[in-house]
Structure formats: C-alpha cells, structure tokens
Design a protein around this ligand. Structure first.
Ligand code: AMP
Ligand code: GLY
Length: 423
C-alpha cells in the first residue's frame, strides 16, 4: 500500500522510518518532510493545512493511508474533510475528527470531558470576561503556584505558572484581554499538581486500544531543567517510576474511561492519544491530552515498537485493532536533541550540518533540516534527534551523547544531562 505522512519534524521522520520497514509498504510519501524523511520516502512540497493539495496528492499517488503527525490539521478538521469527500471517504486517515481534536484544541473541553468521565485531573475553573471576578476569587482560594492556561492552541506557549497571587490576577486579566489572541479569551485556572511528569501514548480505533511505551521528555532549554520551555530537548523510554502498578492505574483510571467517554459522546477517534500525566505520590493525574504523538517522545517510543507499525495503523483505519498485537522491545531508548544556538528564542537557519555519516551507534532523526545544493542544512530550532538503544538508560544515553559530539553545525547546542533526575 502507498502511505502519506503529514508533517516535517523528528516525530514524522521516526514514524516514516518505522513505516518504511513494513513489508506492507509499496511507496511512502511525506508532506512536506525534511532532509531525513527523503532518505526513507518521497517528500512532497505541500503544507499540512492545504487540504485541497493533500487531496490531489492522495489521489495522484494512489495513497490508501494518511498518517497525520501534528495537531494543527486535525484541529482544522482534516479528518472531517476526508470523510465528507466522496473521493476520499475510503482512504484510511490516522487522527481524530475535529470534535475529537478538541481534547487538545480546547483546554476547557478537555477538562469538562475529564470531569464527566471521572478521570483524575487538577481542580479547575474556566474563566472568560463575564466571570473574571469569579476567576480572581478562585485564585485566592488556591495555593501558589498558580496555573493559567489559554483555552486554545497557543503554539505551546499558552500555559503560565506563577508564584505570586497578584501577578496571577493581572496575567489572568491580560490573557482574557488577548495576550494570546483568541486562544486566551477563555482561560482555565488550575490547581498546581506537585509531582513528576511523564507521557503515555495510546493507539485506538475508537473501540479497542493499545498502550504504547511510556516516555519522559525534557522540556527546558537549560541543564537541570532550567530556563525557557522548548518543544523538547530529549526523551527516555521506558520511564523508571512508571512501574506495572502505576501503569495499571493509568489504564484503569485514565485510558479506559477516555476511550469509553469518546464512545459515549459519539466522537469517532482513530489515532493516537497522548496523555500528559503527573505522578503525584504514585497516583496519576491528567495534565493534558494531545491528539497526536509527542515530539521528541516519538523518537524513543516508535523505535521500541517491534511490531509492524503499518499493520497496526492500517488496523486502526479499518477499525480492527482488536486483532493486532503490539510487541515491545525491552531495551531502553534515549534521544538527545541538537538545537540551533539561541533556540527557543531567535536563532539562525541555513547552517551546514556535518558528521551525520559518522553516526554509527544512534539513529539520527531529522527535525529542522532541509537539503540545499547537495548539503543538509538547519531549517529550524530543533535540528536532529539522536536516538540510541541500550540495556539500561546509562548505556543508551552514553551512545546518544557520543553521537551528539559527532554531528556538528555552527552554534549547535544540546543538553548533556538528559535523564539526570531519574535513578
Ligand atoms: P500543558 O500545555 O497543559 O501541558 O502545560 C504545560 C506544562 O505546564 C506541563 O507540561 C506541566 O509541566 C505544566 N503544568 C500544566 N498544568 C499543570 C498543573 N496543573 N500543575 C503543575 N504543572 C502543570
Ligand atoms: N514533547 C511534548 C509535545 O510533543 O507536546
């Protein structure tokens, strides 16, 4: 079968790398892809939100399965677009409908969903202009730090965690008055959860599900988890504190009620559910849902899947996931992200990347890269994720850090303490 992967990051390179290993695959296309995806398939110069161009590419290339990488096209309704088009109806598409994508697209929607389905999560209040005063008095009842979340998508920047009550009140008002545009005209105020975070990934066809390996990512730019938030500087799977007992709680208290809740609300959902969790004294609380895989978590989760990923995804598309097995590699996988100097603030692009051919003990998943005059150059903040396997975390990390020294570009930066907080 012919497959199209939408997106251009490390996540999409990892998904494409795995799909390319399937005996079921004839041709793989990636839109728009990067310099790495062109090693495993054919890049198409199409934006992930240009649904008409995607339709033409699907029909021209006889594609029977589309895998949507990022959340944007899902929140914009690409699945509904496929389902309402007679020429596309039969094509499998991995991702939820626009309604299902609200689990990520609207914090308020996801909180109401969790409340309705008894899924453990932080206490909250949803605030807009009309109940701003109520919002401020809700803040007064909470203990510091204060968590304010823009309801809508705000390019990963819409969450503020503030120590001071007065600052929290001021920020609440400025968010409602458009600090993050329309995305923050509604703000979810949350109780702060004190614990350690991890991500659990679920693949579902809407009725059956398979739980993929859990992962932990490192979001801050600086060593010791300091400095600005990034898309993610590295990741590890498995997560040592997510033991069998904890993961059983996640399955029973979170995964099952989530799938059941989607069914009860008649929300068709064929795709990945990314559950951002806080482990608070051994109990799981949901921080957020995403309706896609995580990045860079995908770069450690997908390499740990032994089963044929295309077979699993095809089963999701057909609604027959209950018949498919998921086999997991027992080894640890780690990834270390090389980023452009200055990221997540201003950084330069177009720097030549050298040394990729010297990487032997890791897989180099490309994120912000492109091919230019026969060279591979940087084209984003996060550039290359170096994923390694090991019998244990130390062995895998050693390989990722060694590979990080072999790949070079001007102003390269990476965190050399990924995994520092785990024992
Ligand atoms: P979100 O976009 O909802 O994932 O929030 C971004 C980050 O803020 C999360 O990854 C957490 O580190 C942190 N965060 C969000 N909500 C809470 C909460 N209720 N308590 C503590 N930390 C939180
Ligand atoms: N690494 C976090 C995310 O993909 O949202």
């Amino acid at each position: 079968m012919n497959v199209l992967v939408l997106g251009s990051g490390g996540r999409e390179h990892a998904l494409s790398w795995k799909i390319a290993q399937s005996s079921m695959l004839d041709q793989l296309f990636i839109a728009p892809g990067n310099a790495g995806t062109s090693d495993v398939g054919t890049n198409l110069d199409i934006s992930v939100n240009d649904f008409d161009a995607i339709k033409n590419a699907v029909l021209d290339n006889n594609i029977s399965l589309v895998v949507v990488g990022p959340e944007d096209p899902l929140v914009n309704g690409i699945v509904d677009f496929f389902e309402s088009d007679s020429a596309l109806q039969k094509i499998g598409i991995i991702g939820p409908s626009k309604k299902g994508a609200q689990l990520e697209g609207s914090k308020e929607f996801s909180k109401i969903f969790m409340e309705k389905n008894d899924i453990p999560t932080a206490k909250y209040l949803s605030v807009e202009k009309a109940n701003l005063a109520e919002g401020k008095s809700f803040l007064e009842k909470l203990k510091a730090p204060y968590v304010l979340k823009a309801d809508g998508l705000a390019a990963g920047k819409g969450v503020l965690i503030l120590d001071n009550l007065e600052t929290a009140k001021t920020e609440l008002e400025s968010m409602i008055n458009g600090k993050f545009g329309d995305a923050s005209s509604t703000v979810v105020i949350e109780e702060f959860l004190d614990g350690i975070e991890l991500s659990v990934f679920v693949l579902t066809d809407g009725s059956s599900y398979r739980i993929l390996p859990a992962a932990k990512d490192y979001k801050r730019i600086g060593e010791g988890d300091t400095g600005l938030n990034t898309g993610g500087m590295g990741a590890i799977s498995p997560v040592p504190f997510a033991d069998k007992v904890f993961l059983e709680k996640v399955e029973n208290q979170v995964v099952k009620p989530t799938i059941r809740g989607l069914q009860n609300d008649n929300i068709p959902y064929k795709g990945f559910v990314f559950i951002g969790l806080m482990n608070v004294k051994g109990e799981p609380y949901v921080i957020e849902y995403n309706v896609r895989m995580g990045d860079p978590e995908t770069e450690v989760v997908i390499p740990r899947i032994k089963s044929d990923l295309l077979d699993l995804l095809d089963a999701v598309g057909q609604g027959t996931l209950s018949e498919s097995d998921l086999e997991i590699d027992e080894r640890t996988a780690t990834t270390v992200m090389l980023v452009s100097g200055g990221y997540p603030e201003a950084y330069e692009k177009g720097k030549e990347i050298t040394g990729l051919a010297n990487v032997k003990d890791s897989i180099a998943f490309h994120a912000g890269t492109k091919s230019e005059n026969g060279k591979v150059v940087t084209s984003g903040g996060r550039v290359i994720a170096l994923t390694s396997y090991g019998n244990g975390r130390a062995e895998a990390l050693k390989k990722s850090f060694e590979s990080a020294q072999l790949v070079d570009f001007e102003k390269k930066y990476f965190r050399s303490d990924i995994g520092f907080d785990l024992n």
